[in-house]
Design a protein around this ligand. Structure first.
Ligand code: F6P
Length: 529
């Protein structure tokens, strides 16, 4: 029997078992939790037991996880369809020694670029700038945008704004009210060809010219394509380059993180890198059964591929991590949303789950109803800091903590029909009506969740969290035998948008399009000035 089959059989065996019954074992919480530094991961409120964990670990080993992890860190070309190494870890390898790609140590160049970023960030922070606008999309936007918001208490630099959407509303609303003379525009694009980013960059340049700014001295670029940044007219002294072995969604650690460095300063940015590096060291050194990225991935495989739960909710009880679910959508869904195995044959099982979520407690008053009583089981992933930054508002934090812990408890415990009947009776319902009312108040419970705890959301911790999720994606990809580092699925839409542009503009006949598209174009043409 393959391990996949063993796991399915084990899943079937425990399907009716209540998670809370597992706590009859007084050691459950300790045995089904792990720590990396002072980050604590609790997966005891899942239906995983020692036997299934053994099988999951055996699966990871059978798929060659350790050797594949070491190959990634050593610069092997594991992004096979693009023939590239995957070395975002080198960007935070502040004191980890050489990293060799094609016979050359990449670390001197990485550290040189980091030093240039620090000098530039210091200049910007000390200079005339009041505002910084990062123009980028996908990985050139989500990482810095999420991190800048997450680390708001550490901001002592100019205000940072992010423009990503090609919808003119995005850049118009962002530039509105900014002073073109004191605004720095950062064009962030690995390829420097992305249509949204280049369109927004040209619009920003025109705005700056029209409003008395100087694009020659007030534009910087973050890209692997230095020929293209030069063609755009950006002074090479303000171009921060990186190599093709940094994937877009893994790029916040290098030049793409410049806006974050400007916001919080080079020292705090270093702490951010060091947090990620600490997670890299943990991932490489900790036993698999104590290894946070591995455990997160195994819980994910148990719920999605084995248990058939197609979505996973990421629920940070940390307002400043409000963009984490968006960030993880790209990280996880662009990485592991694949239909074929590494060898190009169809995958025999589902790949990455749909990842979604929002900050608690807001979600509680929106979609948690479905999580508690809906017909689909949605594994939940809670994140929570032991303390907030607002020491004068500590009572808020206590409430936040109580709410977070209450949710995972409620999901596990549920509420039986018997208890619901008593509640309905206490409210004065009787007979058939009591039964009906009670049934609406039943919570099935037995819904799995995990909780990630950390002392406080500081730069080091944020680095740990992001690196943890990056490695989780890697582990899931290895177990699923897919390539996590390409993204061919984004190409077709881009190509069709380019060919539809003249149709939308009215320069090409829409009747050549499929009937639906032609009708949509026709409506748009009839309803615009
Ligand atoms: O369209 C997907 C994508 O290629 C992402 O992988 C990437 O992060 C984003 O576009 C932006 O690409 P670039 O940094 O080259 O503008």
């Amino acid at each position: 029997m393959t391990i996949w089959k063993t796991l399915s059989a084990q899943h079937e065996k425990v399907a009716d078992r209540r998670i809370d019954s597992l706590f009859d074992d007084a050691g459950r919480a300790e045995e089904f939790s792990a720590q990396a530094g002072d980050m604590y991961f609790d997966y005891s409120k899942t239906n995983i037991d020692a036997e299934t964990r053994e099988s999951l670990l055996a699966l990871a080993k059978e798929m060659g996880l350790e050797a594949k992890r070491d190959a990634m860190f050593a610069g092997a070309r594991i992004n096979e369809t693009e023939d590239r190494a995957v070395l975002h870890t080198a960007l935070r390898n502040l004191d980890g020694g050489p990293v060799v790609v094609d016979g050359e140590d990449v670390m001197p160049a990485v550290l040189e670029t980091l030093a240039a970023m620090r000098r530039f960030a210091d200049e910007v922070r000390a200079g005339k700038y009041t505002d910084v606008v990062n123009i980028g999309i996908g990985g050139s936007d989500l990482g810095p945008a999420m991190a800048v918001r997450a680390l708001a208490p550490y901001h002592d630099g100019p205000r940072c704004h992010f423009v990503s959407n090609v919808d003119g509303a995005d850049i118009a609303d962002t530039l509105h009210g900014l002073d073109a003379k004191t605004t720095l525009i950062i064009v962030a694009s690995k390829t420097f060809t992305t249509i949204e980013t280049m369109t927004n960059a040209r619009t920003a340049r025109a705005w700056m010219l029209d409003h008395g700014g100087d694009p020659k001295s007030q534009f910087a670029a973050l890209s692997t394509a230095e020929d293209k940044t030069a063609a755009f007219g950006i002074d090479p002294a303000r171009v921060f380059g990186f190599e093709d072995w940094v994937g877009g969604r893994y790029s916040v650690w290098g030049p793409i993180g410049l806006s974050l460095m400007i916001a919080i300063g080079p020292k705090a940015f270093d702490a951010f890198l060091r947090g990620a590096q600490a997670m890299d060291v943990h991932f490489c050194a900790a036993d698999l059964n104590e290894n946070l990225p591995v455990l997160l991935a195994l819980v994910g495989i148990w719920h999605n591929q084995i248990g058939g739960n197609a979505t996973r909710a990421v629920l940070p009880y940390d307002e400043r991590l409000g963009l984490l679910p968006n960030y993880l959508q790209q990280l996880e869904m662009e990485s592991n949303g694949k239909g074929v195995l590494r060898d190009g044959t169809d995958t025999p099982r589902d790949t990455g789950p749909v990842v979604w979520g929002a900050a608690g407690t807001n979600g509680q008053h929106a979609f948690y109803q479905l999580i508690h009583q809906g017909t689909r089981v949605i594994p939940c992933e809670f994140l929570l800091a032991a303390q907030g930054h607002e020491s004068d508002l500590a009572h808020h934090h206590q409430l936040l903590v109580a709410n977070c812990l209450a949710q995972s408890k409620a999901l596990m415990q549920g509420r039986s029909l018997e208890v619901a009947r008593k509640i309905a009776a206490d409210k004065g319902f009787e007979g058939d009506d009591l039964e009906r009312q009670a049934r609406h108040r039943v919570f099935p419970g037995n819904r799995p969740s995990t909780t990630l705890l950390y002392p406080q959301l500081d730069p080091f911790t944020l680095g740990q969290i992001i690196a943890l999720y990056e490695h989780r994606v890697f582990v899931e990809g290895v177990i699923l035998d897919i390539i996590s580092f390409d993204q061919w699925g984004v190409e077709l839409g881009k190509e069709l948008a380019t060919s539809l542009q003249p149709v939308v503009e009215g320069a090409k006949d829409p009747s050549q399009e499929d009937g639906s598209t032609a009708a949509l174009v026709d409506f748009i043409h009839r309803h615009r000035d």
